[in-house]
Design a protein around this ligand. Structure first.
Ligand SMILES: Cc1cc2nc3c(=O)[nH]c(=O)nc-3n(C[C@H](O)[C@H](O)[C@H](O)COP(=O)(O)O)c2cc1C
Length: 173
């Protein structure tokens, strides 16, 4: 059962949970969940939005680019260690995270195709409005050095910012 919630009421919980890791779920070739620690809840173009930052190397990035949507799943209490470990360190390219992490999926509402996760019950159904890859040259030098060293291919693993409209917010009971 999905119990609708007002974003104003759950904003504090989302900001408390983010630095410890919440889930960004996609459902492209298959369902997949990855831990995110960065994000913004707010308003863009007059609608409620969540902005997620996803590195180029993530399996998740190709899945969002394919479907244009994701769900955000937030625990109401501390993160569950097994979920945090599997979804924050393994890639959907290599494993089935539903199985590995023991996730229970809850089907989304109408016009959305990405389930939420019962174990992290506060859920935002999001539809991407706009995405933009970071311009490395525009990032302050100290941050660039700390977060974007050159990889094996000589290029930094930049984040793409996804500005997504929040269509529905609810708690899975
Ligand atoms: C606490 C924590 C926060 C993270 N935040 C992000 C994030 O905001 N953006 C990102 O691209 N990766 C982030 N990661 C890394 C991904 O969760 C990790 O690389 C994951 O295995 C990617 O899964 P995927 O390849 O299935 O997409 C974070 C990891 C942890 C443990």
């Amino acid at each position: 059962m999905k119990e609708p919630v007002q974003l104003e009421e759950c904003a504090k919980r989302i900001y408390e949970a983010l630095p410890k890791g919440i889930l960004l779920n996609t459902n492209g070739d298959k369902f997949n969940s990855m831990v995110i620690g960065w994000g913004n809840l707010g308003a863009t173009w007059g609608v409620p939005t969540f902005v997620a930052y996803v590195r180029e190397s993530r399996y998740t990035k190709a899945q969002i680019d394919k479907t244009g949507e994701f769900t955000i799943s937030i625990p109401l209490e501390a993160p569950i260690p097994k979920i945090a470990k599997v979804c924050g360190s393994m890639s959907g390219r290599d494993v089935d995270k539903v199985k590995e992490a023991g996730l229970t999926l809850e089907e989304p509402g109408a016009n959305h195709h990405t389930p939420g996760v019962k174990e992290y019950p506060l859920t935002l159904e999001c539809q991407v409005l706009y995405s933009q890859e970071q311009d490395a040259g525009g990032i302050p030098a100290d941050i660039r050095k700390a977060f974007y060293p050159a990889g094996a291919d000589g290029k930094p693993d930049l984040h793409t910012a996804y500005i997504a409209r929040i269509l529905r917010a609810y708690v899975i009971r």
